[in-house]
Write a protein that binds this ligand. Sequence first.
Ligand SMILES: [Zn+2]
Ligand SMILES: [Zn+2]
Length: 420
Amino acid sequence: MQRLLVALGLAVLLACSGKSIGAQNTPKLIREIPWADSGVWLRADTHVHTTFSDGSSTVEEVVSRAEVNGLDVIAITDHLDRNLKAATPAYFAAIEAARRAHPRMIVLAGAEWNIPPWGGDEHAVVLVPRDAESELGAFKAMFDDLDRNSHEPALADDGLRWLEAHATRADVTPVIVYEHPSRRAEQSLQRAQVLERWLSVNSLVVGFSGAPGHQGKAPFGGYKNEMTIDRWDPVAARVGGAWDSLLQDGHDVWAAYAPSDFHNDAPTDAADLWPGEFSSTWLYSPDRTQAGVLRSLRAGSFFADHGQLVREVRISVSTPGLARAAQAGEVARTAASAAVRVDVRFKPASREANVEEVEVIGITRDGARVVANERPTESAATFSTAAPRGGIVFRARGYYTTSDGARLAFYTNPVRVVTE
Ligand SMILES: [Zn+2]
Ligand SMILES: [Zn+2]
């Protein structure tokens, strides 16, 4: 309370000092998710392959298994290699047929882009509004980087601009996620520079896949140099890694995202886990539509988990005078040194899913560190601090140990607090 009085006193002093920044000191949500109180939870897998590229199952088989496994949303994202059949009329027809056969499911026709300049080595999932899906055919012809004579980073920039111009419908823009970012990286921190370049072109890239798919494989995700940490990519799992470094630089990018990258279920070491079997990205969406899916991915209104351990995870940040607590993806403004409280709440998905530990990571201009590490009580963990000058970004994760000793995690997207 004392801190609150000090903060209020400071606001009054500044307001009276004639510096015209008084109004700025009122705590306020400066980026708000309009459906923060009225959304619906959708369980999604937005990175899956079929026989239209190198998968072994048909679109119908994949969508029906996704539905049986309890997903609400599935995006078919076959590789855009020009010698394969993604983004062809037959592809869109198969996806349309699956929509008719599974009316409860939201099925997106997306694609996995071999993003320039790495030939086929680096991938990004591209998702577009429903009536812009057929544009992916032209996009593939012009901007996929596999089997080109030369490989130029500028082609990725051109592709991002082209997609924004040709695949935006009303106010719904395409969403791009950098998949398995550290799969071939010497140092996952380099991925921050890659993302920064794309973000300098436009805002289509919303972030990273915080966890790779191929979770049935060893090593997880097929990683070669930098290995996953508790099955998550080091861009997200390493405190101070690529994600935190971007957040520190003021980029609001998301990585609480865990797809299956399902290819096949052959009973070998290469077998994948099916959509909905292990990895989930939970979207808090304005509605049950494809546009809602894209809006929530763009807004950062989602979390992800492995092993179906939790539901309805919310990180919320409150400060005295703020109309309501800020949620994942939102930005709140308050005075430096104002009291700030972080709450992480969740619902255990089953009695066995006993979350043992919740960590809050705080990112300031001095760097990133774990600011709280707690055993949650009644499915919640709370942490209080004072807003440092220069602001702070909070993100959270929780851990759970399976009966066979594996450590599984859920991750939230960040909430940013700026101070003026
Ligand atoms: Zn890939
Ligand atoms: Zn893939």
